[in-house]
Design a protein. Structure first.
Length: 128
């Protein structure tokens, strides 16, 4: 339920082991809030670590305050949820993996965002 036509980004990133990761994101930036769905495709030699992925999203700095960090289940698969404040914005992020693909669904808002949970809940994995 992206609120507008998303901007699409495709990048080739590098995992900690030096192997390539294909990263794709779809985001809607509304100024004081943004919504994003992304996925990363890992090669067969790279393990997906959900805790490491959550660490990467938080990427703590002096202004980062983590409010919630917990294990969740999404679509019968293990996942992670992190909620934190960083640089004046509240981030709410859900992550889960299917095979060699890592999914991330995020809301970022300056102040309260009454639509954040509705957006996060709107994501549907149609695989399997």
């Amino acid at each position: 339920m992206l609120p507008e036509e998303p901007s699409v980004t495709h990048q080739e990133l590098t995992a900690k082991n030096g192997h390539p990761i294909g990263y794709n994101s779809y985001s809607a930036d509304l100024g004081d809030r943004a919504y994003m769905v992304s996925y990363s495709d890992y090669d067969t030699h790279t393990a997906i670590n959900l805790d490491g992925a959550a660490d990467g999203v938080v990427s703590a700095n002096a202004t980062t305050i983590v409010w919630i960090r917990r294990e969740i289940e999404m679509f019968k698969r293990p996942g992670r949820y992190v909620e934190f404040d960083k640089d004046g914005y509240r981030w709410k992020v859900r992550l889960f993996a299917v095979g060699k693909r890592l999914y991330q669904v995020s809301c970022i808002a300056k102040g309260r965002d009454d639509d954040a949970e509705r957006f996060l809940d709107s994501f549907r994995y149609l695989g399997d």
